[in-house]
Design a protein around this ligand. Structure first.
Ligand code: FAD
Length: 384
């Protein structure tokens, strides 16, 4: 972030920020070109982050975490884009803030031992399996079936768009346990991917977030023990909606920070680059554009921090989180597009600092709940 003061961050938070930033800038960013080209970053990154205490910054010490507050999560989400790979940031945030919080919230001690602790250490990779070919925005349309047979569940169906899906060791998986109850018929499971009948059917080729794997998954008579059910049968929809709050919040945090990094680099570029005998910042139109972008990102940050504060205090924040996700999804893209314009031809080539961010950021108003779904949630809360 540029030089601004946010009193919610203590000295300890800033020490954590420095550690994550150093790691991202020095150990990850130099590999960005190669890992993007390979369409995957090495598995060892999770292990290293586990060793550095990055993956468990907010989890309780009993499960191997550092016991930090919500602002540690904010720091993590803000610093991961320093890796210059939004795909890596997304994959890591799936591990820390999308696939595992629900295990910490409602999992049994055995489930925490088998799934959460190794995920915090970076020994197991986690994925979140909600979306299906016919159920994206419409989560209650999930068809993947989990049928109880004795003390096992038999799972049949398909998932798609699953981040970390090609190499996850387990999936926090949403299934239908009652075909006749649209909302009350969903249940969550912890699904180890070495179960017979499970297959990664396709790795999806995306327009951005290249170093992050996104997969289509198939479940053919996969048998898992009842003890892998997460929470009560039928409570899945409620838990998914609860889980979405943290997911959307980290999306807004990382999206704002990623756009700020690009804007900061663009300001430097505009101060150095000359046209018609003066730097680009010598034109009032450029200065005003930069000020508008800085203002927009500050507004994104303030709304997102307000949502973070409420969420951290346990105050219902669905309204604020949905607004933050909506606003950041649109503004981050607008800002990065304008930054691309200010780079001229340099904005349009891969060697410039903007092209990758421009491709990656387009996901912000789609993944984890689209812009339109955010607006529908807010409209409902406004009783419109
Ligand atoms: C790179 C990537 C990574 C992802 N990672 C994961 C993951 O790890 N786990 C996971 O479970 N999912 C993941 N997703 C899925 C993601 O959450 C969905 O793509 C998203 O929720 C939208 O669903 P959909 O793609 O089926 O679009 P659809 O639901 O088909 O929507 C299509 C369009 O219709 C609009 N629309 C739909 N319903 C309404 C409505 N009621 N009112 C107005 N407009 C509407 C949408 O806003 C959108 O513009 C990922 C997606 C991508 C692209």
């Amino acid at each position: 972030m540029s030089q601004k003061k946010y009193p919610q961050f203590t000295e300890e938070h800033e020490m954590f920020r420095k550690a994550v930033r150093d790691y991202c800038e020095n150990e990850l960013a130099p590999n960005a070109e190669q890992w993007e080209e390979q369409r995957l970053f090495p598995r060892e990154v999770y292990e290293e982050m586990g060793r550095l205490g990055i993956l468990g910054c907010r989890y309780p010490e009993e499960v191997g975490g550092a016991g930090g507050d919500i602002w540690y999560t904010a720091v993590l989400a803000e610093e991961l884009p320093r890796s210059e790979m939004a795909g890596l940031a997304m994959s890591v945030l799936v591990q820390t803030d999308m696939a595992t919080p629900i295990i910490n919230a409602i999992g049994t001690d055995e489930q925490k031992e088998e799934f959460l602790k190794p995920a915090i250490k970076g020994e197991k990779i986690a994925a979140l399996g909600v979306s299906e070919p016919d159920a994206g925005s419409d989560v209650a349309g999930i068809r993947t079936r989990a049928e109880k047979q004795g003390d096992e569940y038999v799972i049949n169906g398909q998932k798609t768009w699953i981040t970390n899906g090609t190499r996850a060791d387990f999936i926090t998986l949403a299934c239908r346990t009652d075909p006749d109850d649209r909302y009350g018929g969903l249940t969550l499971f912890l699904f180890p991917t070495d179960v017979e009948g499970f297959e990664v059917t396709r790795k999806l080729e995306k327009i951005g977030n290249h170093c992050s794997d996104t997969a289509e998954l198939f479940f053919d008579n996969c048998r898992i023990p009842e003890r892998y059910r997460l929470g009560h049968e039928g409570a899945g929809f409620y838990h998914i909606m609860q889980n979405f709050q943290g997911e959307r919040l980290v999306g807004a945090l990382t999206g704002t920070a990623g756009a700020q990094i690009v804007l900061d680099k663009t300001v430097e570029y505009c101060q150095d680059r000359e046209a018609f005998g003066k730097p680009l910042t010598g034109f009032q139109v450029t200065r005003h554009k930069i000020v508008d972008m800085e203002t927009d990102l500050e507004a994104c940050r303030q709304l997102t921090y307000h949502a973070t504060d409420l969420y951290g205090r346990g105050i219902p924040a669905q309204r604020e989180i949905s607004m933050a996700k909506r606003l950041v999804g649109d503004k981050a893209m607008e800002v990065i597009d304008e930054c691309l314009q200010l780079h001229g031809g340099m904005g349009y080539v891969e060697e410039g600092p903007v092209a990758r961010a421009w491709r990656d950021t387009r996901l912000m108003s789609i993944g984890g709940g689209t812009r339109e779904i955010m607006k529908e949630i807010i409209a409902k809360l406004m009783n419109l």
